[in-house]
Write a protein that binds this ligand. Structure first.
Ligand SMILES: [Mg+2]
Length: 401
């Protein structure tokens, strides 16, 4: 079964969220879909997929592992973790979809069969920096989510640093949490905890924004919330700094969406840096790699909770692995996007009481609705991401915020 074509589609049914879907075709008429959406790098990824196409068209689509290794090593001068692992993920997911369809079985059956009847989810309420209101609105949203059947939610309660010391506020900056901002974060979480009660599961995401001192102060101030985890308290590039945070707080920690492949996770797990990990199936190296990372975490008695803030193919792929993973916590989702997913895929996921239930459909168990994908096609440049922050072009053509 030879690969005959690879086609990326950038579709943006929700403003500011361009999803990259990848269709892999074969000479036996079986087609698979993958995803490697990244809201800041759409143009780069589509260009990379064009290079991948040159490498693997003509190869046997059944040889998933060999193709994984081929892409990883062909581009390893770039470091296979990150950009390259995003590209691998899209192809790997599509090839598993093809294999499942060829064998007439869901992917979770090919991975050893289910270890659970359903995959529990966690979802989000708005972050502090969103424009959806203050703590009262967040508390109301949290209660509505609980009443809709979800048992766990995550939020980012930290205001962005402002004032004369704030600097550029670009993605590379390390932010400081002022005492005022920590107080506002505690108010945010107190309001949510008050609405959902003492036993509801809550997580906080710091989005890798803060310096070590801010992260430690914030974690201590939020200790009484009884968090399941504090996510990415500092930037991810310095594990020694993360160890300093870990040794000075009593809140469980989680990292992973900015870590890729088994080699990134090897050190994290062996040095016991965190209590949970959250690889993203569309970034870490696909279904093959998420499965391996989950097994490595199992050895360390650490649960995984696949990160997922992307399109429906990514959720479908992560779900297949979660069905077979004994050391699962929950799979991430944004339940407010499910109405859009219903337009994009067929059939829609069987979501009940905060969980996704499996089907017996082969492969990923879903098909992309290409009419909807085509309706929302956008150019694969970076403008979609910048538009989120109302970016404008200055006189020299440089994007400014
Ligand atoms: Mg996060």
């Amino acid at each position: 079964m030879k690969i005959t074509n690879i086609t990326p589609y950038v579709s943006m049914p929700i403003e500011g969220l361009p999803w990259i879907f990848v269709e892999v075709e074969t000479d036996e008429g079986i087609t698979g879909v993958g995803e490697c959406s990244d809201y800041r790098s759409t143009g780069l990824l589509v260009k990379g997929l064009e290079w991948i196409k040159r490498e693997i068209v003509g190869q046997d689509a059944r040889n998933i592992e060999n193709i994984w290794q081929t892409i990883f090593h062909t581009f390893d001068d770039l470091n296979g973790r990150g950009y390259v692992s995003h590209l691998i993920s899209a192809i790997d997911i599509a090839l598993w979809d093809i294999k499942g369809k060829a064998l007439g079985a869901p992917i979770y059956q090919l991975l050893g069969g289910p270890v659970r009847e359903r995959v529990p989810l966690y979802t989000h309420v708005q972050d502090w920096n969103s424009e959806a209101g203050g703590p009262d609105a967040a508390a109301k949203a949290a209660l509505a989510t609980k009443n809709a059947g979800y048992q766990a939610i995550k939020t980012d309660p930290f205001p962005t640093q402002s004032g004369p010391d704030a600097g550029f506020s670009g993605p590379a900056e390390v932010e400081r949490l002022t005492p005022e901002n920590i107080r506002k974060s505690v108010e945010w979480m107190d309001a949510i905890r008050g609405a959902v009660g003492p036993d509801f599961e809550l997580m906080v995401d710091a989005h890798a924004r803060f310096d070590v001192a801010s992260a430690i102060e914030a974690a201590r101030a939020l200790e009484h919330i009884n968090l399941i985890w504090l996510e990415e308290p500092i930037h991810v590039e310095n594990h020694n700094a993360l160890r300093q945070v870990r040794e000075n707080v009593r809140v469980p920690l989680c990292i992973g969406e900015r870590h890729f492949t088994r080699w990134d996770y090897n050190e994290i797990l062996n040095t016991r840096l965190v209590d949970y990990i959250m690889p993203d199936v569309a970034w870490c190296g696909g279904i093959s790699e998420l499965r391996r990372i989950a097994a490595m975490a199992e050895v360390q008695f650490i649960r995984i909770s696949p990160h997922d803030a992307l399109g429906p193919v990514s959720i479908a792929a992560g779900f297949q692995v979660c069905m077979t993973t004994p050391n699962l916590y929950r799979q991430e989702c944004l339940h407010t996007w499910f109405d859009t997913f219903e337009q994009m895929i067929n059939p829609m996921f069987d979501v009940r009481d905060g969980s996704i239930y499996p089907s017996e459909l082969p492969g990923l168990g879903i098909e992309l609705n290409m009419d909807t994908v085509q309706r929302y096609l956008v150019e694969p440049d970076t403008r979609e991401y910048l538009n989120i922050d109302n970016a404008e072009e200055d006189a020299t053509g440089k994007w400014i915020r």
